[in-house]
Design a protein around this ligand. Structure first.
Ligand SMILES: [Zn+2]
Ligand SMILES: [Zn+2]
Length: 397
C-alpha cells in the first residue's frame, strides 16, 4: 500500500513536470488577455477546452454565471470522495493579472491533468471548479448559494503570494455605507436652523477610532468620507462614509459590525441627524483552513523538498471569497512566493513576478504538492474522515 502510494505520487510528480509547457502557455495566454470579474470568457473557455481534452466532463455556464464552470472526471477505482480543485482567473482593473490568477488557473489545470494521466484508477471523483470574480464580485458566494458545492468533500487551490505558507486564516469582510442626513441652512445667517450631518460623520469617525482600543487585535475597521458636504457656506445636509469591517472569527465579526453601527447611531443622535446603514456587495466570510489537509500538503512538500517561509497563520492576511467556501466545505488555500518578500500582490513588481522563471518554478512545486494532496484525499479514507471531523470541530456552518 505504502509503496504503491509512493509510486503513484512519483508518477503524479512526473506527469505534472511533463505539463510544465502547457501550464506556462495557460498562464501566458490569460496574462496577455486580462479579463475583469464576470467577464472571464476567454479564460473559462480555454480551461474548459483543455480539461475536456484530459477526459473531464464540463458543465458550463453554471449557477447563472456565464464564466463559471465545473469539470469532473470519475476515477476507475470505484466509490470515493469528490475532491475539487478551485480555479480563479479574474484580473484587476488597470494593472491586469497582478494577483496572479492566471497562475491559479494554470496550477489547477496542471494538478487535475497530472492526476488524470498518472493515476486514472483512483477512487472517487476529481473536479475542477471554475470560480469567477474573486476580486470583489464574490463568484464563489453565488455558486455556494446555487448549490454548486453540494456533495463536494474537500476543496483546494494554491495562490501566488510574497511568501510560501501552507496554512493561514483570512479575515471576514463587509463594506458598510453610512449616510447621515441633517438639514441644510445658510451657514452665516441661520446656522442654528441647520442640522449638521458632517458633525455626525466626524463624531462617528472619532467614535470608531476610540472604540478601536477596545477591539480584539484580530479586528480591522477602516473607512473614508465619500461625501462631506456641498459647500462651506451650507450646513452639510448629507454626509456619506464607507467602512470596511473585518475580523478573523465569524461570531466576533458580527459583534464588531454591531459595535460600529452603534457608533454611527450614537453620532447621529448627538448631532440630531438620521443615519441609514447599508451593506455594499457581498460579505466574505472568514477563511478557516483545514489543518488535516494542511498537514498532508506539508508532507507532500517535504517529498519534493519544497519549503515554507515560516510565517504564522495570521501574519499579513487579507480576505477572499474562499472564506465562504471554507464554511461549507473543508478547504485549503496554500500560498507561494513567486518573487521576493517585498513583492506583494496587486503591485507592479508582483505583476512581473507572475511571468518570471522563479514564479514558474514555485508554481510547479506547489502544483505537485497540491496534486499529491488531492490524491491522498481520494485514496486515503482515514485522512478524509479526519478532515471531516476537524471541519465540524472548527464550528463551520
Ligand atoms: Zn487579489
Ligand atoms: Zn488573488
Amino acid at each position: 500500500m505504502t509503496r504503491d502510494n509512493n509510486a503513484a505520487k512519483a508518477a503524479i510528480a512526473r506527469q505534472t513536470q511533463n505539463l510544465a509547457g502547457e501550464m506556462a502557455r495557460i498562464n501566458k495566454a490569460l496574462f496577455e488577455k486580462p479579463e475583469l470579474c464576470y467577464q472571464e470568457t476567454f479564460a473559462a473557455g480555454l480551461l474548459c477546452e483543455k480539461l475536456t481534452g484530459e477526459g473531464f466532463v464540463v458543465r458550463a455556464p453554471l449557477a447563472g454565471l456565464s464564466t463559471a464552470f465545473a469539470a469532473s472526471r470519475k476515477g476507475t477505482g470505484g466509490k470515493g470522495p469528490k475532491i475539487a480543485l478551485i480555479a480563479e482567473y479574474d484580473a484587476l482593473p488597470q494593472i491586469g493579472h497582478a494577483c496572479g490568477h492566471s497562475l491559479i488557473a494554470a496550477t489547477a489545470f496542471g494538478a487535475a491533468a497530472a492526476i488524470a494521466r498518472a493515476t486514472p484508477d483512483h477512487p472517487g471523483t476529481l473536479m475542477v471548479i471554475g470560480t469567477p470574480a474573486e476580486e470583489g464580485g464574490g463568484g464563489k458566494v453565488k455558486m455556494i448559494e446555487e448549490g454548486v458545492f453540494k456533495g463536494v468533500d474537500a476543496a483546494i487551490m494554491v495562490h501566488p503570494s510574497n511568501k510560501t505558507r501552507v496554512v493561514a486564516r483570512m479575515f471576514a469582510v463587509t463594506e458598510q455605507v453610512f449616510t447621515f442626513t441633517g438639514k441644510a441652512a445658510h451657514a452665516a445667517a441661520f446656522p442654528y436652523k441647520g442640522v449638521n450631518a458632517l458633525d455626525a460623520g466626524v463624531l462617528f469617525y472619532n467614535a470608531v477610532s476610540t472604540m478601536r482600543q477596545q477591539l480584539k487585535e484580530e479586528a480591522r475597521v477602516h473607512g473614508i468620507f465619500t461625501h462631506g458636504g456641498d459647500a462651506p457656506n451650507i450646513i452639510p445636509e448629507r454626509v456619506e462614509m464607507a467602512f470596511y469591517i473585518r475580523a478573523l472569527d465569524r461570531d466576533y465579526f458580527r459583534e464588531v459590525i454591531a459595535k460600529v453601527r452603534q457608533c454611527a447611531q450614537g453620532a447621529a443622535k448627538a448631532a440630531g441627524c438620521k443615519v441609514t446603514i447599508k451593506q455594499r456587495g457581498m460579505v466574505y466570510e472568514p477563511f478557516y483552513p483545514s489543518h488535516p489537509m494542511g498537514r498532508a500538503f506539508r508532507e507532500n512538500m517535504a517529498i519534493i523538498r519544497a519549503k515554507e517561509d515560516g510565517f504564522s497563520e495570521t501574519e499579513e492576511i487579507g480576505s477572499s471569497d474562499i472564506g465562504n467556501l471554507s464554511q461549507v466545505v473543508p478547504s485549503l488555500h496554500p500560498e507561494y512566493a513567486i518573487g521576493g518578500v517585498e513583492d506583494i500582490n496587486h503591485s507592479r513588481n508582483f505583476l512581473a513576478a507572475v511571468m518570471s522563471k522563479k514564479g514558474a518554478v514555485a508554481a510547479m512545486d506547489m502544483t505537485k504538492a497540491m496534486a499529491m494532496t488531492v490524491y491522498d484525499l481520494l485514496v486515503n479514507p482515514r485522512l478524509m474522515a479526519e478532515t471531516k471531523r476537524a471541519f465540524k470541530g472548527a464550528g463551520a456552518k
